[in-house]
Design a protein around this ligand. Structure first.
Ligand SMILES: Cc1cc2nc3c(=O)[nH]c(=O)nc-3n(C[C@H](O)[C@H](O)[C@H](O)COP(=O)(O)OP(=O)(O)OC[C@H]3O[C@@H](n4cnc5c(N)ncnc54)[C@H](O)[C@@H]3O)c2cc1C
Ligand code: FES
Length: 303
């Protein structure tokens, strides 16, 4: 069949919609939730829930970013480094949008997401107001393992978002380095991290905030060291972090971002090349939404 002007995601959306429609007629077809329930039966992702979250609060925090607080059961089980999928109300946008969990307030059953408008889905989310409802699925992905060792947390651009809950959760000594293109694109002030980390640095490519340069420049200039690295950000930065960790012979946990479709390990839209073979398909690829998004840097091919 020929699809003249359709993108990969639109074709996938048509395909998934077909599965949904067929499922109603032919129960042998699996829907998202059936796949999910099967996973639950196998003992995987026991805590994933599909629910209508309620908007607690939303605000535009700067020229680019919005912070969105949701009242959700996801808060009970979510961990730093996991993400949730948010569904559009517009049924022409069938695929959910993945967003990292920035902060968890278990007591009040709240989670905070920080996002920027990238396309129609995130634009729709930016109009959500307190008490509105939104369909979500989560928590998804593996999250960061919490090691009780001196840690270096390195975030670039929007990659800083999942490091906030990580900084709150990690038990040991922590140094935080955040890098942005410019002051206008920055998310967290340097001082905001003070309650959770021992040292905090910020840099920008144009020097409009903090040191001028990138996160690796700061780390080298200040001779920052640790016994474990946690990082999230653009791929070239993660590649540099991986090389740096290898030069120090310390582990680096990196969170990858790939374009996603189902978000639950069913479609293989999000695979990355890894050292280890996938259990089912016997190929050297793993699903970022399921086995990730957090991987040990030495195990993934970032070239
Ligand atoms: C694990 C993970 C965590 C993320 N966390 C954040 C975050 O905390 N804050 C933030 O601002 N952005 C985050 N993103 C990127 C965010 O998912 C995209 O900006 C968003 O999906 C774009 O949707 P859209 O409808 O606005 O854009 P469109 O371009 O219209 O989206 C079309 C389709 O492409 C997918 N898509 C587009 N861009 C991305 C992308 N970068 N990653 C994955 N799928 C994409 C969408 O899910 C959708 O199915 C994250 C992505 C991943 C994979
Ligand atoms: S997005 Fe479908 S397998 Fe990852």
């Amino acid at each position: 069949m020929h699809f003249p002007c359709l993108s990969f995601y639109q074709i996938l959306a048509v395909f998934l919609r077909h599965i949904f429609v067929s499922y109603k007629k032919y129960p042998q077809y699996s829907s998202y939730l059936e796949i999910l329930n099967n996973s639950k039966r196998k003992g995987e992702n026991m805590s994933i829930c599909s629910e209508k979250a309620i908007i607690y609060h939303q605000e535009k925090i700067n020229e680019y970013y919005y912070s969105l607080w949701l009242i959700t059961q996801v808060a009970s089980t979510a961990r730093a480094g996991q993400f949730i999928s948010l569904y559009s109300k517009d049924k022409s946008r069938l695929l959910p949008r993945p967003l990292s969990i920035c902060e968890i307030d278990r007591e009040k059953q709240l989670i905070c997401l920080i996002y920027r408008i990238n396309g129609e889905g995130t634009k729709e989310f930016s109009h959500l107001q307190a008490n509105d409802e939104i369909d979500i699925l989560g928590p998804l992905g593996n999250g960061f393992p919490l090691q009780d060792k001196p840690a270096l947390l390195i975030g670039g651009g929007a990659g800083i978002i999942p490091l906030w809950e990580l900084a709150k959760s990690l038990p040991g000594e922590k140094i935080l380095v955040q890098g942005y293109r410019s002051l206008a694109e920055s998310i967290f002030p340097k001082e905001a991290w003070n309650p959770f980390v021992n040292e905090s640095y910020v840099c920008t490519e144009d020097g409009s905030l903090g040191e001028k340069g990138n996160v690796l420049d700061v780390i080298r200039n200040k001779s920052l060291t640790a016994q474990v690295i946690y990082s999230c950000g653009p791929r070239p930065m993660l590649k540099a972090v991986k090389d740096y960790a290898e030069s120090l012979s310390i582990p680096a946990w990196i969170s990858l971002e790939e374009h996603m479709a189902c978000g639950i390990g069913a479609c293989l839209a999000c695979v990355c090349k890894t050292k280890h073979k996938d259990k089912h398909s016997e190929v050297h690829y793993q699903r970022v939404c399921k086995e990730g998004p957090v991987f040990l840097a030495e195990e993934v091919d970032l070239s």
